[in-house]
Design a protein around this ligand. Structure first.
Ligand SMILES: NC(=[NH2+])NCCC[C@H](N)C(=O)O
Length: 214
């Protein structure tokens, strides 16, 4: 994603806001910081990081929307509200349904509906029953079918520019946990690229009855 695509919208599907800086983070874990590093509005917040002068804060938080939040740190909460970042948490999903929530997120992050979309999908947005093999699980999350719905809606925009799927950790849990987590991740990725689970073509025409709708 180079200069041309600096003008993009970002959908962040995650249980966490990942909006900490090295000063606000309680854990010091860098996986809780990626959005703060990307956000123009938080540029001032960082001391110069040794060896990271290539890093430029380029994303406007106006073009960001979250889905699935349910674990925020105190500063993240304040930053999100003070900067007016669009966010849809589990309450919104329960109340309005996932279809309405994705449409609202798409409207907020790009009201003209013409920017390329980057989706960052953290597997911990899903409920740990769906995706147990992850480092910071939070119960009460998305069903896999809701995750698939989000990605199908993104596919239908025709504007998916890039996708990352993070936090699958095969070292966590037993084999069945790992298999469940990895297959969930595969369903999410396939949906983003337009796989329609209802349509599977038969291998031969032998068993197809005549089409009376012609
Ligand atoms: N990508 C993730 N799993 N992020 C979890 C972050 C958890 C916590 N907010 C932290 O900053 O440490």
């Amino acid at each position: 994603m180079k200069a041309k695509t600096e003008d993009l919208a970002v959908l962040w599907v995650d249980a966490h806001a990942d909006l900490n800086t090295n000063r606000s983070s309680q854990s010091g874990n860098i996986h809780g910081m990626p959005l703060a590093v990307l956000a123009k509005e938080l540029d001032y917040y960082w001391p110069p990081l040794p060896g990271a002068d290539w890093l430029k804060c380029k994303l406007s938080l106006r073009n960001l929307a979250y889905i699935g939040l349910r674990s925020l740190d105190p500063y993240e909460h304040v930053i999100m509200h003070n900067l007016g970042i669009a966010h849809f948490d589990m309450f919104d999903i329960q109340r309005y349904g996932i279809d309405a929530v994705v449409s609202a997120a798409l409207d907020k992050m790009d009201p003209d509906h013409n920017k390329p979309i980057h989706v960052s999908f953290d597997i911990d947005s899903l409920d740990p029953l769906e995706a147990p093999s992850t480092g910071t699980p939070v119960r009460g999350g998305l069903l896999l079918r809701e995750g698939i719905h989000i990605m199908t809606a993104i596919y239908k925009t025709g504007r998916l520019g890039a996708l990352d799927l993070v936090e699958v950790n095969p070292k966590i849990g037993n084999q069945s946990d790992v298999d469940r987590t990895v297959t969930a991740a595969m369903h999410i990725i396939l949906a983003a690229f337009g796989q329609n689970r209802r349509l599977v073509k038969p291998e031969s025409n032998d068993l197809i009855p005549p089409n009376n709708n012609k």
